[in-house]
Design a protein around this ligand. Structure first.
Ligand code: C2E
Ligand code: MG
Ligand code: MG
Ligand code: MG
Length: 282
């Protein structure tokens, strides 16, 4: 590794960069076999309304490699995107979650919506609606129970394709949400052009309310703007009662975070849904 101390050197290759590249290569190699070796599973995090009732859930992917241990999606999703492995992985997520939803429906514990994360590359690929139509052919009733989350960066990367795909999904009855809203650099005029139903306010803003007046103003503005555009809002990363109370006071429609439940195994979420059913008196 050649290193210079400032000056006009433009080429750096540090040991840290080498280690990161090695780790990425290792992850890519192991990720190739992750599905066939049954190393992936989905956990589900509850999304609640103002009264604390579970109305929907977000499916989150987990990967546990036998020797590396658990690898976070924050680390392996970018690797999957770079290597193209995101395509079979997304397919596995879609079919696994739809299978789970079908079982939940039979058990009568299916939340109103189950949201899946779709990476930008997969979303812009073009055949997402075709694949979803195939997967939902045997259970068309689940269309209106499915939701997809895409990040604002993905949507604005190719606005034309995004608008078309979002329109196709909505025609199928599948709801869409902008994930991590506020974390990117996109302008509000883009959001206005996207036919989505929900806006998920990024955890980075929620974490500072209600102590930080600037975060409060941003969250209040995001909720107001979303409502003005006819969208509902979900706040991410709600951990305290103070955050919850503030969010309710500014009219945020739904909340998700450790305060209401961490991502959990499917049976645990089913128990939660079952448990909140009102008991009809005798
Ligand atoms: P995301 O879609 O914004 O998901 C929310 C993340 O926040 C999840 O992290 C969740 O566990 C975490 N979280 C929820 N509530 C709280 C809280 O109260 N406090 C804190 N500190 N964190 C909270 P996770 O599961 O590690 O996922 C990270 C990201 O990886 C997701 O962010 C999403 O972008 C991506 N991801 C996860 N599963 C999938 C998947 O199946 N497909 C794709 N393409 N991306 C996925
Ligand atoms: Mg998400
Ligand atoms: Mg999110
Ligand atoms: Mg987020």
């Amino acid at each position: 590794a050649v290193q210079h101390d400032g000056g006009n050197a433009v080429c750096f290759y540090t040991p840290e960069m080498a280690a990161a590249a090695t780790r990425r290569m290792l992850l890519t190699m192991h990720l190739t076999h992750a599905i066939e070796r049954n190393e992936m599973h989905l956990v589900y995090q509850p999304i609640v309304d103002k009264t604390g009732r579970v109305v929907s859930a977000e499916a989150l992917l987990r990967w546990t490699h036998h020797s590396l241990g658990p690898v976070s999606p924050g680390e392996f999703i970018p690797v999957a995107e770079e290597s193209g492995l995101i395509v079979p992985i997304t397919d596995w997520v879609l079919s696994t979650a739809i299978g789970q939803m079908a079982r939940w429906e039979i058990e009568d514990v299916l939340p109103e919506r189950v949201f899946l994360n779709i990476s930008g590359q997969q979303f812009l690929r073009g055949n997402l609606t075709v694949r979803l139509t195939e997967l939902l052919a045997d259970c068309p009733a689940l269309r209106s129970r499915l939701g997809l989350e895409i990040t604002e960066q993905a949507a604005v990367r190719d606005l034309k394709v995004a608008v078309r795909t979002l329109g196709e999904l909505s025609a199928l009855g599948i709801q869409t949400a902008i994930d991590d809203f506020g974390s990117g650099y996109s302008s509000l005029s883009y959001v206005q052009q996207l036919p989505v139903a929900k806006l998920k306010i990024d955890r980075a803003f929620v974490i500072d309310v209600p102590e930080n007046p600037k975060s409060n103003a941003l969250v209040r503005a995001a909720v107001g703007m979303a409502h003005g555009l006819g969208l509902t809002t979900v706040a991410e990363g709600v951990e305290t009662e103070e955050q919850r109370d503030f969010l309710i006071s500014v009219g945020c429609d739904m909340m998700q975070g450790y305060l209401f439940g961490k991502p959990m195994m499917p049976d645990t979420l089913a128990d939660m849904v079952r448990g909140q059913r009102c008991v009809v008196p005798g």
